[in-house]
Ligand binder design. Structure first.
Ligand SMILES: Cc1cc2nc3c(=O)[nH]c(=O)nc-3n(C[C@H](O)[C@H](O)[C@H](O)COP(=O)(O)O)c2cc1C
Length: 90
């Protein structure tokens, strides 16, 4: 079993990562595999609602890493999404 932990902070070793590291200790003690995905620090485009993904399974915006994230996500059994609040939004 694998859990993917998504760090929405731009700080690789900030408060959000510290919280994820506590969770990773517990997952490992239960023999659950983990993978950290660093999302914060990179711009991710908003959804255009073009609906192309409903036909192709891929986002038309190709340079923000979303399609790569979706492929990686298929290998996970569970997720933790963690993010700080910066200027009132995650
Ligand atoms: C530029 C900036 C803006 C922030 N805005 C908010 C905010 O609107 N609300 C809030 O509760 N905390 C805010 N914070 C505090 C962060 O959410 C907090 O320090 C968090 O633990 C940072 O996590 P990180 O170290 O993983 O990046 C802000 C911090 C920074 C640096």
């Amino acid at each position: 079993m694998k859990v993917m932990l998504v760090n929405g902070s731009s700080h690789l070793h900030g408060t959000t990562m510290a919280a994820l590291e506590e969770m990773i200790k517990v997952f490992h003690s239960e023999e659950v595999e983990t993978e950290v995905v660093q999302l914060g620090g990179k711009p991710i485009a908003d959804c255009l609602q073009c609906n192309v993904c409903q036909k192709t399974g891929k986002c038309v915006i190709k340079d923000d890493g979303v399609n790569e994230f979706v492929e990686k996500a298929k290998t996970a059994d569970g997720f933790v999404f963690a993010t700080p609040v910066y200027f009132a939004h995650p």
